[in-house]
Design a binder for this molecule. Structure first.
Ligand SMILES: Nc1ncnc2c1ncn2[C@@H]1O[C@H](COP(=O)(O)OP(=O)(O)OP(=O)(O)O)[C@@H](O)[C@H]1O
Ligand SMILES: [Mg+2]
Length: 456
């Protein structure tokens, strides 16, 4: 959570604005000012604010009107209303219209500071969850978990079963197999789904920071800790904490984590107070934890705490049936994103995708399809759009050598390969391919439909 924030002060009284600016700048915030509601609306359209502090009674556009506009434009910005005692009713009205809270003038500075802190904490968490849910809506929702292979069906059954339990889950698997996606699916299908889903990548943070990230710190716990900060455990209270790359934690941190998992309570760095946390843990790793244990890098007691339910993500090369489904899913997704009208893959391109080893698993497939969609301009993605995969999968099978070489293929196959080859050489331009083949565009369409290259 950021300690310094961008705050917009809206007040038509210049003296009051100056006072607030001095105060808030002193607290470390960056401050902008507007002298009426219209100005505030304009500024909100131009710049992102973490918080708005607004007088409700202004002469031109009133605070109440401005509030409505601001909330329509960005419902996530917390707005704190300032009001005189005489207009508390208007303030209540403002609360109904989405204001976070109201303060009466003259302001009590401690109250102001606390209200601002609470508002921002609240909105950061809400924003984080909203973004997450949005991304889950498009990629991570169970409906968007693609897979029909026996391995994926078994996996989804396990996910459905464990989701409703409170069990700690350890997800293992190679990079790009969908560990994070599954963690999200478990949370959003659990009883905690309306609580926060908080994620932390243990590999991305240095050891000293990791402790304060996880457990929070007290004001003055170390240089730069000028106010108390809650950690991820506390943020995940009532929800799920996803510990990604858990094998990268130092042995010392592993001891601390183990204690928290046993006691379900934390102590902030530099503090004494014991804080209860109600958090479900999902951990993930792409390492072999048993090997890490043997090498003395991972504690076996922590392993058994985490590995209550184990979910092993199968690599993509062991469930090749899923490749066409995933490829088509990403094709649709990226066609839409890039405003292209790409319909599918040529059989040769799909054959390449099926034969490739996919060391980077689903993520690599997704990236390959995205790149192909961006580059392509024909209706069907052909081999040319997957140069890296062509290199890895070797020379094409079943292609005639040169334009007329036919080897010993049945005539129908010769025709099909020639037509598809010509289409590729024409960069997918059907009129051009028909011209080169000496047939009409209609005949070409009929053939392509028969090969299943075009929808009938
Ligand atoms: N079965 C699937 N259906 C749809 N999308 C998937 C599937 N599996 C993975 N993805 C997508 O592939 C990408 C990689 O998945 P994810 O980040 O969950 O993998 P990961 O195992 O956590 O990888 P890493 O170890 O590299 O962090 C994501 O964008 C995810 O949405
Ligand atoms: Mg991941």
């Amino acid at each position: 959570m950021n300690d310094a924030n961008t705050v917009l002060i809206v007040d038509d009284d210049p003296a009051h604005r100056t006072m607030l600016r001095t105060l808030l700048t002193g607290w470390g915030h960056t401050v902008s000012e507007a002298d009426d509601g219209a100005g505030a609306i304009a500024m909100v359209h131009e710049q992102a604010f973490d918080l708005i502090l607004m007088d409700i009674r202004m002469i031109k556009v009133s605070g109440l009107e401005a509030l409505g506009e601001i909330k329509t434009f960005n419902p996530a910005i917390p707005v704190i209303i300032m009001t005189a005692y005489s207009s508390v009713e208007t303030a209540v009205e403002a609360m109904k219209n989405g204001a976070y809270d109201y303060l009466t003038k003259p302001l009590d500075f401690d109250e102001l500071r606390l209200t601002m802190e609470r508002a921002m904490e609240h909105s950061h968490l809400r924003e984080e969850n909203r973004l997450l849910r949005e991304s889950l809506g498009t990629h991570f929702d169970t409906h968007n978990i693609i897979g029909a292979s026996p391995a994926m069906i078994r996996l989804m059954e396990t996910v459905a079963q464990v989701a409703t339990s409170e069990a700690t889950v350890l997800i293992t698997g190679e990079s790009g197999t969908g560990k994070e996606m599954i963690a999200g699916a478990i949370h959003f299908n659990s009883l905690r789904k309306d609580g926060p889903f908080i994620k932390i990548n243990c590999a991305a943070i240095t050891e000293t920071l990791l402790e304060s990230e996880l457990f929070g710190h007290e004001k003055g716990a170390f240089t730069g800790a000028y106010r108390r900060k809650e950690g991820r455990f506390r943020q995940a209270h009532g929800g799920t904490l996803f510990l990604d790359e858990v094998s990268e934690m130092s042995l010392a941190m592993q001891v601390k984590l183990l204690r928290v998992l046993q006691e379900r309570e934390i102590t902030r760095v530099g503090g004494e107070e014991v804080v209860k946390v109600d958090v479900r843990i999902i951990a993930a790793t792409n390492k072999d934890l048993m090997a890490e244990i043997r090498a003395g890098r991972f504690r076996d007691d922590l392993y058994y705490r985490l590995n209550v339910v184990a979910i092993a993500m199968p690599p993509l090369r062991e469930r090749r049936e899923d490749i066409p489904l995933l490829a088509q899913h990403f094709l649709e997704q990226f066609s839409e994103k890039n405003r292209k009208q790409i319909k599918g893959f040529t059989p040769q391109a799909m054959d390449r995708l099926l034969r490739y080893e996919w060391p980077g698993n689903v993520r690599e497939l997704m990236n390959a399809v995205e790149r192909a969609v961006v580059l392509a301009w024909a209706e069907y993605l052909s081999e040319q759009e997957f140069p890296l995969i062509i290199r890895e999968t070797g020379p094409a099978d079943g292609w005639p050598e040169g334009d007329s070489g036919t080897g010993e293929m049945p005539l129908g196959e010769v025709e099909k390969t020639t037509i598809l080859r010509t289409l590729e050489l024409s960069n997918g331009n059907k009129s051009e391919a028909a011209r080169r083949l000496g047939i009409t565009r209609r005949t070409l369409h009929k053939k392509l439909k028969a090969y299943g290259v075009m929808p009938s």
